[in-house]
Write a protein that binds this ligand. Structure first.
Ligand code: ADP
Length: 249
């Protein structure tokens, strides 16, 4: 997020470098139940981002000292693969992945009925296979579909999308160039049924008015994503989309 560049990110007609208008998000593909051996799973593409989420649980929490006698804990591991970005990323946990794992678990704790499963752990794994800005949002979007696919009781599912500012324009769902050379990025996640905000971060600078517009755009984007999350779950559990377990070992 350098805030200045020679690249024109938004042309005089208001078009972005990937042909989108300010209010348009990237193409979205969501598939639920893609892994046989996890309790729940989902695959999500948002533009060039490719993300896999897998869920195990509720199961007995290990190590035991993490157990909460009143509710389940939600443990999340966000991992960006070495091959997910242009230059090979150093594999393994870093400060960024610890931060994203924490905010993702906290967002999901708002919707999971953890009180039903004392002492248990619900484990969420997010693998970023290909990254192009917005992976924390794509990861959270995939994770909540995977939780629903696992049959974990929840108040709602959580869509997440960022808005931001590039070339002085407030834009929905920044791509990598807009994220790199733009002025601000505001990832957001909501509980659609209540419009409660369960994740909100900001990188960069914008005015109060721009911030309000970014929130409005991101909430709109989340609602569109929510419809696609529900479609993916419906496809998974309708007769046509019925899971074929015949190749199970
Ligand atoms: P998000 O992916 O949620 O937007 P960031 O703003 O931290 O998170 O990262 C923006 C983008 O920068 C990522 O989607 C990815 O394309 C790239 N990126 C992040 N971390 C690395 C890294 N360690 N090496 C190379 N590229 C990275």
């Amino acid at each position: 997020m350098s805030g200045h560049s020679d690249i024109v990110l938004v042309d005089e007609k208001g078009m972005r470098i990937d042909g989108r208008t300010a209010e348009e998000h990237r193409a979205v593909k969501i598939e639920a139940g893609v892994l046989k051996n996890a309790d729940g799973s989902a695959y999500v593409e948002i533009g060039k981002n490719k993300v896999l989420a897998a869920v195990y649980g509720p199961r007995e929490c290990h190590p035991r000292h993490l157990q909460n006698p009143t509710k389940a804990i939600v443990q999340c591991k966000y991992n960006m693969e070495a091959y997910s970005v242009g230059d090979r990323k150093r594999p393994g946990t870093d400060r960024r992945s610890i931060e994203i794992s924490k905010i993702t678990a906290e967002a999901l704790e708002n919707v999971i009925l953890t009180g039903l499963f004392p002492r248990a752990s619900i484990d969420v794994y997010i693998e970023i296979l290909q990254a192009n800005a917005g992976t924390r949002c794509a990861g959270l979007t995939a994770a909540s579909v995977a939780l629903a696919d696992a049959g974990i009781p929840m108040k709602d599912i959580v869509p997440a999308m960022a808005a931001g500012k590039a070339d002085g324009h407030v834009l929905l769902d920044l791509n990598k160039e807009e994220d790199n050379y733009g002025q601000a990025d505001v990832p957001l996640a909501i509980v659609p049924s209540t419009e409660e905000i369960v994740l909100l971060q900001m990188d960069g600078n914008m005015t109060r008015e721009e911030f309000d517009r970014a929130i409005e755009m991101a909430v709109g984007g989340c609602k569109e994503l929510y419809a696609l999350q529900k479609d993916a779950l419906k496809r998974r559990y309708t007769v046509d989309g019925e899971e074929d377990d015949s190749d199970e070992q």
